[in-house]
Structure formats: structure tokens, C-alpha cells
Design a protein around this ligand. Structure first.
Ligand code: SAM
Length: 260
């Protein structure tokens, strides 16, 4: 969508910066950072190294200390002066990014924008663990969720209710409540279910703690992991699964005939 009072080249780009390692930003996201006159980045989690590509004279704002009105004001003023503006979020902006409220305000102001996705931390964590969320005969479903904090979670999405599916799960924003997470999961998963906690995935100081539902809470406390961590849980972290149909030589599909 392009608004009538705005030059087409002058839209705001929301960019997913990825989980930490600056090389995990997309080429498109990096290109937009290189061109930007004004950058508003989520300084609490975005690796400042992604700003290495910014022009020397670009103006950089850290949204960690700003409220919604201030963020919108900075972006609105800049875009109306014809400046190129990027808004940098951690991981992928569509997951716990508080991006919707910004996009809605821009729409009200008739300011055009585009979203460039990023590598979410739950995907980076699976990559570090060298695991696949969707294993045949184990789980074909991934649940991304969190425990209630200052932001409430709708009743039907309580962790114990989601646990009843025994799907592969990625639990954000909850490691400081690891005892509560375990208690809720244990209502459905058995105590031997594998679980991993990945802190600051892909940053230089990343840490991984692995265990079972029975022992993970004590391991996490011993490691003193209290924030910026993914909790991945489910039998996809184990070693028992069926082989895929995709590469089964006795199975035909659109691109390959079965071998007898
Ligand atoms: C406000 S949310 C933002 C999530 C982000 N949009 C994403 O796609 O990863 C912050 C939470 O994401 C998780 N997180 C973000 N970056 C992480 C990383 N590098 N390693 C592990 N967990 C991370 C943690 O659970 C953290 O509390």
C-alpha cells in the first residue's frame, strides 16, 4: 500500500534482526540498514553489531528507553522530512515484538511500511541443538508460547492446557519461572521428557542447559539463567522417531518415483 502524500521510496521498514549473531540478519534487512537515515532499534535485545552497516551520519535511537508515542513521533517526523527510516526488532518482529500497535499507528497516520522477517530465537535454538521440531510419529506441531507475566495469557492458552497436546514447544519469556513451567508441563508430559534451555542463542556468550523435566529446574538455577532464554521441550529432543516419506525410496511423489 502506498499513501498519496508519501513518496513510494519513503516507507518505513520493520526489520527482524535475528537472534543475535549479526550474520543471521537477512540480506534485505542489512540492505535497508545500509540505506537508512534514521534507525530505531530495540536496544534491550538487538545486537548493536547489526548497526555496523549504518551510514556514519545516520541518526540512531534506542527504543528501550522510549514509549510508543515517542517511537512513532521519531519515525513520523523523519519520514515526513523524506528520510529513510528503519525500525529494528529482535528475532522476528511478529513474535512478542509489540509491532502491531506501531503498524496500526502508522496506518492511522497514512505512513506506508513494510515488514522484513527475521530468524526467531526459537529457530536459532533448535539449530544450535541440531534438532527438528517436526519428527514423524513424534510431533507435527510447534507451539510457541509463554507463561503469564505482566502480559496476561488468555485462559485457553494456559501452559498446562497446551501441554496436553504433547507437541514440540518453544516457551519464551519464562525462564525466570522455571519451577512453574515444569510444574505445568508435568501435568501432561512425563518426567523423562527431554527439555533444553538456550540462553542468548547465537551470541558469543550463549549457554545451553539440557536435561529432563525432572532435573531441568535445578540445572537452570545452578547455571543462574534468569533471562533471555528459550525453553524447548518435547520428545523431538529425544532420539526415537520414524523416517520421513519425503526421502523414503519406496515412496513416490511429484518429483521422484519409488524404487522397487
Ligand atoms: C520480547 S521476546 C522477543 C522474541 C523475538 N521477537 C524472537 O523472535 O525471538 C524476548 C524473549 O525471546 C527469547 N529470546 C530472544 N532472543 C533470544 C536468544 N538470542 N536466545 C534465546 N532466547 C531469546 C527469550 O525468551 C526472551 O525472553
Amino acid at each position: 500500500m502506498t499513501y498519496k502524500n508519501q513518496k513510494p521510496s519513503n516507507k518505513i521498514f520493520f526489520i527482524g534482526a535475528g537472534p543475535g549473531d549479526p550474520e543471521l540478519i537477512t540480506i534485505k534487512g542489512k540492505n535497508r540498514i545500509e540505506e537508512a537515515d534514521v534507525i530505531v532499534y530495540a536496544g534491550s535485545l538487538v545486537n548493536p553489531k547489526v548497526l555496523q552497516w549504518a551510514k556514519k551520519d545516520s541518526q540512531i535511537f534506542n527504543s528501550a528507553t522510549m514509549d510508543l508515542d515517542e517511537i512513532i513521533e521519531v519515525m513520523e517526523k523523519a519520514v515526513k522530512k523524506g528520510k529513510k527510516v528503519v525500525r529494528v526488532h529482535t528475532g522476528d518482529p511478529s513474535i512478542y515484538g509489540a509491532i502491531r500497535e506501531q503498524m496500526d499507528r502508522l496506518e492511522e497516520l497514512e505512513i506506508d511500511f513494510e515488514v522484513i522477517p527475521g530468524v526467531s530465537s526459537f529457530l536459532a535454538s533448535a539449530a544450535l541443538l541440531k534438532k527438528e521440531f517436526t519428527l514423524p510419529d513424534v510431533s507435527q506441531t510447534i507451539i510457541c508460547t509463554r507463561l503469564e507475566g505482566r502480559t496476561p495469557v488468555p485462559e485457553g492458552e494456559a501452559l498446562e492446557a497446551l501441554a496436553s497436546h504433547k507437541a514440540s514447544m518453544a516457551i519464551f519469556l519464562s525462564v525466570h519461572m522455571i519451577d512453574k513451567v515444569v510444574e505445568k508441563l508435568m501435568q501432561h508430559y512425563n518426567g523423562d521428557t527431554p527439555i533444553a534451555v538456550v540462553q542468548r542463542a547465537t551470541w558469543e556468550d550463549q549457554r545451553i542447559v539440557q536435561g529432563t523435566l525432572k532435573d531441568i529446574a535445578s540445572k537452570v538455577k545452578k547455571a543462574n539463567i534468569t533471562k533471555t532464554a528459550q525453553i524447548l521441550v518435547g520428545d523431538f529432543l529425544g532420539n526415537s522417531y520414524s523416517l520421513s516419506k519425503l526421502y523414503d525410496k519406496t515412496f513416490s511423489h511429484q518429483y521422484r518415483r519409488a524404487k522397487k
